[in-house]
Design a binder for this molecule. Sequence first.
Ligand SMILES: Nc1nc2c(ncn2[C@@H]2O[C@H](COP(=O)(O)OP(=O)(O)OP(=O)(O)O)[C@@H](O)[C@H]2O)c(=O)[nH]1
Ligand SMILES: [Mg+2]
Length: 389
Amino acid sequence: MFDRHQGGERVVLAALDLGDPDFAESMAELRLLARGAGLDIRGEVQGRRSRPDAALFVGSGKADEIAALVAATDAEVVIFNHELSPAQERNLERRLHCRVIDRVSLILDIFARRARSAEGKLQVELAQLQHLSTRLVRGWTHLERQRGGVGMRGPGEKQLETDRRLIGIRVKALRERLAKLGKQRRTQRRSRSRHRVLSVALVGYTNAGKSTLFNALTRAGTYAADQLFATLDTTTRKIFLPRLADADEPGSGEVVLSDTVGFITRLPHDLVAAFRATLEATAEADLLLHVIDASSPVRERQIEAVDQVLREIGADAVPQLRVYNKLDLTAAAPGVGRDEYDRLQSVYVSAQTGAGLELLRDALSETLLAARETGASETPSSPSTVHSA
Ligand SMILES: Nc1nc2c(ncn2[C@@H]2O[C@H](COP(=O)(O)OP(=O)(O)OP(=O)(O)O)[C@@H](O)[C@H]2O)c(=O)[nH]1
Ligand SMILES: [Mg+2]
């Protein structure tokens, strides 16, 4: 039912500068996404949108330019950097004589291929169906035509209703299944918090090195790869921090560390919603390790993008320690940064070479000890963030 890129497909990237200050960066991100999806980028067209409401989205001169590039490079797909309405997509497909998709579809597609656990797969399917159903409501004719071209299913008004109903049934089933899994997850978390095991969640922009750091800290062998969204499921392992251990309390000194899905700018809202269950663990953590690719020229923007998503999922109140990773690619040395009150703010490490990891372990102990003390003096059981589903 969905566009599926098997990799190696020939694509042309098209982006229209709408005057966003981050246009160049969002373009770089689109390239990263396309490469991450294993697509063969044959060319790129940039331009300015003619009129904000233009049905063609691009002016006819620009459309001709893209069409010429598609023909010259034998491209199969054109990927637009902006969300396209069904009508715009349809017009563009007719004009360019090839498949047209937008950034959101591309991200959904990468997610679909990366999901490993049952929960991750359900979440992706839910996001895809939600993305699809908004389009069904907004403009059925788009899908009608698209299908007419491929499967010749000849959908009419009747087919439309059947499909809508089927999607509705599937969405409901997925929601129920996810709710059940979420309940199990919460029960597990509650029993952990009863035992006062502290939890630390790794968050950060995709490809920042979260899984590599997770592995380095736990020696667990979680999947790390040079691709976007390599991790889609929350992996959880215990680590032991001697400084936190209390001889009178069995199990003390143990901290639960979770590796999570990477964030990206303009993460589609459907996806954030679908991954809410996974991300809940983030909002309930005692501490967030915000992993940053220190070697990225756009790291400031990536930090802001991550903080934005954290706000959206209600995790902005959780204490955060910034971990500047990939130090080996920069000229900087391992170390820590503190604020004016001498509180730890940041740690500089290389998950790959292991440089600074001892500093990070110490920083973890120090921050968690401080958090435990404040938490203990304020309320017996730490209040957990409440947010609606
Ligand atoms: N040079 C260098 N490369 C690193 C370091 N840490 C991670 N990497 C590389 O960066 C790439 C991404 O690492 P991952 O650990 O998969 O990143 P992630 O943040 O988990 O990514 P997603 O799960 O896709 O969001 C891999 O190729 C790693 O080998 C580091 O300290 N130095
Ligand atoms: Mg990962």
